[in-house]
Design a protein around this ligand. Structure first.
Ligand SMILES: Cc1cc2nc3c(=O)[nH]c(=O)nc-3n(C[C@H](O)[C@H](O)[C@H](O)COP(=O)(O)OP(=O)(O)OC[C@H]3O[C@@H](n4cnc5c(N)ncnc54)[C@H](O)[C@@H]3O)c2cc1C
Length: 475
């Protein structure tokens, strides 16, 4: 918690775990003549298992005020395109429906129509603002800027991780350094979020962008060359459907099938997690429930949770505490040294960004992965590792390789522009969260993956064929 809680929160019986999620961006007392509490929804685009929303409702109840959730459709969100907005808009329908059911107002506005959050706070007479959190550079900047401008309390809530990242206060070099600290916290945080009943329902009709219309209408600068995908439908409902399907039928075999890109053996929760359509807590508790009912073994459930909580929250900490999270300067000293020593190594193949983007390489397995990402907005984890390592091998230098991987990943993946993406690219290209391996050309001590051995670990012929004929990867 970064500052003193305003008195309004002191009066609320906040669960200890909840209190640890809160950062006071601006303290002080709520506006006395305030007419509502505003929940500024940005990262956690859902009304279920959302601690930021629950805190907003608790504040509203304590002040005797209704709550209204506000969503701003930013026209030039960094590296976004039509594909991302389309998925986001699908999710907003579910948010609107769930907020209505809970008695919370929901308003969508667009800065491009002349609407700003500050103007909205004035319009509705906000007593205080509660927001969610996002460790990525630009959205974090929005929160800091708002905190400086506001004269009412502004709290943010770390709503999209199981264990609030402030608990750790630093990033970790390796997962096995982080894991024991994480596990020590799980009893406190891996438990259901208490839903707070709304005591003062929202009943005002406010102007809101009509979701029947495309939310990107009039966004002249939006990149429309990357369009919506068939493979995924956005929103909490779709996320819960997919989660049920995964936990009912696939989780029990996750350990065996997770490294088979030709099989739908992973949860495909990443796009939903990225947009906050589902909470990692909802997923983790569903997995624990399946385990408790004996439908999947402890070992396989632990393995899945190690990815969902261990690797994912390691990535969040990496971005939170490393300002160079999206460029090669984030490398550990050993990796910087070895990659610099190998700068001048002759590359076996060399491709431009445009050739990579069009999947025009000599390597059919790599091309298949690139096609999967361009078409479906998602690529299998095993292929992501291979994909990024080859970009290092075929680019003029490590800085360019990192940059190209970020451009392509952020552009095409539905789950791109996410701490996991930056950490994944850093893992593959500069050995982040990995250890030194054996010295070899171009990679130095950074772990290498060869096409030959990667292709033998699963039915790569089938995977290549699937991507050629345009099979959807899932859902
Ligand atoms: C080069 C590269 C780029 C990547 N880019 C992204 C990205 O842009 N966005 C993204 O969400 N993930 C990214 N990842 C991590 C991982 O590949 C995806 O999270 C995973 O493939 C998503 O599929 P899933 O939901 O079916 O995963 P599952 O295997 O079902 O795992 C469940 C959840 O655990 C988390 N998880 C799984 N593997 C990892 C991992 N290695 N690191 C961190 N979290 C993990 C994810 O949140 C995932 O949704 C990248 C990895 C690499 C190597």
């Amino acid at each position: 918690m970064a500052g003193e809680l305003p008195e309004v929160l002191a009066g609320i019986a906040l669960d200890v775990g909840f209190a640890k999620r809160v950062t006071v961006r601006r303290g002080g007392e709520p506006r006395r003549d305030g007419r509502c509490v505003v929940y500024w929804l940005q990262r956690a685009q859902r009304a279920i298992d959302n601690p930021a929303l629950e805190i907003a409702v608790a504040c509203g109840n304590s002040l005797g005020l209704p709550v209204v959730a506000y969503f701003s459709v930013i026209p030039n969100y960094p590296n976004s395109n039509w594909r991302h907005y389309y998925f986001l808009q699908q999710g907003l329908h579910d948010v609107a429906e769930e907020m209505r059911k809970r008695g919370v107002g929901f308003v969508i506005r667009r800065p491009s129509d002349g609407d700003t959050l500050e103007a909205f706070l004035e319009e509705v007479g906000a007593a205080m603002v509660v927001g969610d959190e996002n460790v990525c550079r630009e959205p974090e900047r929005w929160r800091s800027v708002l905190a400086k401008k506001l004269k009412i309390p502004f709290l943010t809530v770390d709503a999209d991780v199981v264990v609030p990242s402030a608990v750790f206060e630093k990033s970790f070099v390796l997962l096995h350094h982080f894991r024991p600290k994480l596990h020590a916290q799980l009893p406190e945080f891996l438990k259901p979020i208490e839903k707070v009943d709304v005591s003062h329902e929202w009943n005002l009709k406010l102007r809101s962008y009509d979701l029947a219309a495309d939310i990107t209408l009039g966004f002249d600068k939006l990149d429309r060359s990357v369009g919506p995908v068939d493979a995924f439908v956005g929103g909490t409902k779709a996320a819960l459907r997919r989660l049920k399907e995964f936990t009912d039928t696939q989780l029990k075999d996750y350990d065996e099938t997770r490294n088979h890109p030709e099989i739908c053996g992973t949860s495909q929760m990443s796009p939903y997690l990225h947009y906050g359509h589902i909470s990692p807590l909802t997923i983790a508790l569903a997995v624990r429930d399946v385990e408790a009912r004996g439908k999947a073994g402890k070992e396989v459930c632990d393995k899945y949770l190690d990815e969902l909580i261990g690797w994912r929250e390691l990535a969040v900490l990496f971005c939170k505490y490393n300002p160079n999270y999206d460029n090669w300067e984030c490398a550990e000293p050993w990796a910087k040294k070895t990659l610099t020593e190998h700068t001048g190594d002759k590359r076996p193949w060399s491709y431009s960004l445009a050739q990579l983007e069009r999947a025009e390489t000599h390597d059919e397995l790599w091309n298949a992965a690139q096609r999967e990402m361009v078409r479906d907005g998602w690529m299998h984890n095993y292929m992501r590792m291979y994909w990024a390592k080859k970009i290092l091998e075929w680019s003029p230098d490590v800085a360019t390789a990192f940059e190209r991987a970020v451009i392509l990943n952020d552009r095409y993946e539905l789950d791109g522009r996410d701490p996991n993406g930056y950490a994944g690219i850093a893992w593959a290209i500069v050995g982040k969260h990995d250890r030194p391996w054996f010295d070899r050309p171009v990679f130095g001590l950074v772990r290498y993956m060869s096409g030959e051995s990667t292709g033998k670990k699963f039915d790569s012929k089938r995977y290549i064929e699937q991507q050629r004929v345009g099979a959807r990867s899932a859902l």
